[in-house]
Design a protein around this ligand. Structure first.
Ligand code: ZN
Length: 415
């Protein structure tokens, strides 16, 4: 078999395209394959398919999968046609998507590696520039988003995740049923979430059953404005509620510890995690120490008991029962004379409606929390992202449940 035939077979090049020449430049570590198109074949307009005249040709080069250790380039004289209706257009080639400098099979390889490694690692390994790898990733995400059909939503979760420095955030909107990230919004302002709702068809907002979130004013406001019947759908996620209560307990401990230390009492030294951890997760030794502390007359022991009570209040099926039980707890907090817990109680009272929704709807952000850790791990691997747009692209690439590969017929030409 001559090398031209061999390459035609390997590349899956078919009539009217053919391999005209192969130039192995082994010294340079490269192989270049020249492809032409039969002049006698028809020239269909790439837009409408109508027969059009050949106008001229443009020479273009694509990077393809390596041949052994040699970097392999495809060069073709691609005809441009002149369609009566669409003007001068470049013919589509069967091995690459329009506008890419890589063949579809090569892009698929890059996508596979990107799933495992950072942009810089892939660039190093495949001898590409950082921007080239980033371009493949960006195109893959755009392709995936275009293919994703807008579907009715049932349960969604909304949460912030940190970007770059402290106090810089993006908002992640998550499909709790399909378990993928729907979109990543620029910041965590009311405006950002409103933009998302504006871009979502009304019937998909109407089909929503729950919107799980933290007790964060801007998210609440945006949702109340755009989601029909949102007062019954906004669900304050239990892990976020628990975090607010934990923060209160911790504040009580810090204050009390400072006072005791003044008096030379070190009872609370090194106990921070004992008050935050659930007793069932403690080691036997910690539990022994903790049992003694929680039975004491410490203020933090009282705050801790409130936190413990709250943990038991998530399994009601009826709104009335849930509301009454939480009101009892909130009353206890209000009367506690522990300023941090009084404050937590006020927050809970103002948000009780959404806590009750979360309980009866069974809505939580638990799977979104898992995605959040994955996002933070990606950020660490990438040593941060230069822009919010890149961060969004990476999140959607890894967590968007998108179909990322170039069209199947381009990738599997040999079948
Ligand atoms: Zn046309």
């Amino acid at each position: 078999m001559r090398d031209r035939d061999l390459y035609a077979k390997l590349l899956g090049i078919e009539d009217p395209w053919y391999v005209r020449d192969v130039d192995p430049r082994l010294e340079a570590g490269e192989v270049e394959i020249f492809i032409s198109r039969d002049e006698r074949a028809e020239f269909p307009c790439p837009v409408c398919g109508a027969a059009a005249g050949r106008y001229d040709t443009r020479t273009r080069t694509w990077r393809h999968l390596d041949t052994m250790q040699y970097k392999t380039l495809l060069t073709a004289e691609v005809p441009r046609v002149k369609c009566a209706e669409h003007g001068v257009k470049q013919l589509k080639v069967p091995w690459a998507e329009p506008g890419s400098r890589f063949t579809a099979m090569f892009e698929a390889l890059v996508i596979d590696w990107l799933k495992e490694a950072s942009v810089s690692a892939v660039a190093r390994m495949l001898r590409m520039t950082w921007d080239e790898v980033d371009g493949v990733m960006t195109r893959a995400v755009a392709r995936g988003l275009e293919r994703r059909q807008s579907q009715p939503l049932r349960n969604i979760g909304i949460d912030e995740t940190s970007f770059q420095k402290r106090h810089e955030y993006v908002t992640v909107v998550y499909d709790c049923d399909r378990k993928h990230v729907i979109d990543v919004l620029d910041n965590r302002r009311q405006f950002d979430l409103e933009e998302f709702y504006f871009g979502t068809p009304l019937e998909h907002l109407q089909s929503l059953e729950s919107v799980s979130m933290d007790m964060w004013g801007p998210y609440v406001q945006a949702t109340l404005i755009h989601v029909p019947d949102a007062e019954r759908k906004i669900a304050f996620d239990r892990f976020h509620v628990a975090k607010h209560i934990n923060d209160g307990v911790n504040k009580v401990r810090v204050d009390e510890h400072a006072e005791l230390r003044e008096l030379g009492d070190r009872t609370l030294t090194g106990t921070r995690y004992l008050w935050l951890k659930n007793p069932e997760n403690m080691t036997a030794k910690s539990r022994l120490r903790f049992e003694a502390l929680r039975g004491s007359s410490l203020r933090v022991a009282r705050a801790w008991a409130m936190k413990e009570a709250a943990r038991q209040l998530w399994s009601y099926e009826r709104r009335g029962w849930a509301r009454r039980a939480w009101k009892r707890l909130i009353g206890w907090m209000a009367r506690s004379r522990l300023p941090p817990m009084v404050k937590v109680g006020r927050t809970l009272r103002a948000h009780l409606w959404g806590i009750v929704n979360a309980i009866v709807l069974g809505a939580t952000n638990a799977s979104l929390e898992a995605v959040n850790s994955k996002i933070q791990a990606l950020k660490k691997r990438a040593c941060g992202y230069r822009s919010r747009a890149r961060f969004r692209s990476a999140i959607l690439f890894h967590c968007g449940g998108l179909e990322l590969y170039p069209s199947a017929h381009l990738v599997h030409t040999n079948s």
